[in-house]
Structure formats: C-alpha cells, structure tokens
Ligand binder design. Structure first.
Ligand code: ZN
Length: 257
C-alpha cells in the first residue's frame, strides 16, 4: 500500500471558512483518500534558514496573517504532532541536517486545507520547513529522500500556489485572470503532464512570465516536493484547475498508483 501525494493550491486563507468549488473538491477528495497514519505537510508559509521539522506532541495553530476577520483567528486545528515521525524524517534525510523544532506549529498553509480534508483533526501532523537558501534542484533532491514514507502510511502534502502574486490580486472574482498567470500556469501544467520535471527546475531562467507569476519562490516550491515523489507507476491527476482573484492559481495535483 502506497499513499498518494498531494500538491494543493491553498489560495485565500478565508477559504478555511468558505464553501466554494475549491473547498468542495477538497471535501470530495477526503472521501477517496486512504486514511493516513500521519500527515507530512510542506507549507509555503514556513520558510527558514536551515531545514526544520516540527517535533512537538501538540503543535499549536498559528494564525500567520494579518487583516482578516476575527473568526479566522478563532480557528483551531488541534491535530496531534508526531515526535516519532519527526525523528524518522531526521534520520531519513541524509544530505541535509534536519533540526527538530519545538517553536513553530501548524500554519495556515497547512490547516486551511486540512480543516476541509480531515475536519476531525485526529491524524498526527508534522511540518517540514522550506530552507530559503536552497535551489529548486536542492529542494527536489531533498524531497526524493522522503519517498519511503509513502509506504508507511504517511500522506505527504505540498501546500502553495503555482501562480501567487498578491500585489496583482483582482478582488473582482468575476474578472478573467491575468494573461501571464494563465500562460504560466498552462506551461507548468504541460511540463507536469509530460513528466518533464527538469524543465520545471529551470523554469526560473527560461519562462518570461516567471517573475510575475512567482515573485517569491515559497509558494511554488511545495509543488517540487510533490513531484519529486512521483514513481514510474504513479499517475498524475489535476484538480481545482482554475486561477482565482486574477493571480492565485488553485491548480492542484494528486499522484497515485
Ligand atoms: Zn499562502
């Protein structure tokens, strides 16, 4: 039994409390996913100098944003942690020192999605940070070292957005997305469908839309963590394939055999 791997476009933190086409897809997905022993989340919202893994028994719910309604600050996702899984990850990743963390918790990149996928919050969750000093290639190689966790019932979820430009968000949901956002999202999707991950690893230098679509890399990198775990027998399905608010791609993938 091999667990699927997910990359989820998380989008607006308010989706935590919404019922819309995206959250409906998350709920539908939850009905088909095998129940994992634990969840490992690579969230765009935990960037660090070095690589850390949350190792506490009870991670706190972090409200890492500003300017949202009070009800979003009241959301709790009281899933247990898993010091055992954190320790296993420390041992599993050979090329990088992974440091046990007891000060972070679960950020909204993680809980805004998990609250829809696993609303009971009864499955242990561990987060692995994104070392902002690493290149796309280095992240991809690090992620490959996690592959055996899939056979131990661990659901690995990368949470980010393929296109993520907050400065150019369009609050009129009915408007068409920006041309460059559609183009970049389509290019990335094509590379995914064609299994051409090498092109994604160098997309920064070859795609003229990269700087607008990915002004900072942290929301793109979780996609590389998911793709790095693809095995030859896995097929890739794309869901929530839509750009919200002009410049936030919700496009998500699942790898499963
Ligand atoms: Zn985000």
């Amino acid at each position: 039994m091999k667990m699927p791997v997910l990359f989820v476009g998380h989008g607006n933190p308010m989706y935590t409390l919404s019922e819309n086409e995206f959250t409906k897809a998350w709920k539908d997905l939850s009905k088909t996913l095998p129940v994992p022993n634990a969840i490992l989340c690579i969230s765009a919202h935990w960037e660090t100098n070095g690589t850390y893994v949350t190792a506490m028994e009870s991670p706190e719910t972090i409200h890492d944003f500003g300017g949202f309604p009070n009800e979003l600050y009241e959301v709790e996702y009281p899933a247990p942690g898993s010091p055992e899984l954190a320790n296993k990850i420390q041992k599993l990743i050979a090329n990088t020192e992974v440091i046990a963390d007891d000060s972070w918790g679960l950020d909204h990149g993680c809980w805004s999605v998990l609250r829809h996928l696993f609303p009971d919050a009864n499955i242990p969750v561990v987060e692995l940070s994104i070392d902002y000093r690493k290149s796309f290639n280095q992240h991809y190689e690090l992620a490959q070292e996690l592959s055996e966790l899939r056979r131990e019932g661990i659901l690995i979820i990368g949470s980010g957005n393929i296109v993520h430009n907050l400065r150019l968000i369009d609050w009129h949901e009915e408007n068409a997305p920006h041309d460059w956002a559609v183009r970049f999202n389509d290019n990335v999707k094509n590379h995914i469908i064609e299994n051409d991950f090498a092109s994604l690893l160098k997309i920064k230098t070859v795609d003229k839309d990269f700087n607008l679509a990915v002004p900072t890399p942290e929301h793109f990198i979780p996609l590389l963590y998911a793709l790095a775990l693809k095995e030859p027998t896995d097929r890739i399905s794309i869901f929530n394939d839509k750009i919200a608010m002009g410049s936030l791609s919700m496009t998500s993938i699942i790898l499963e055999s």
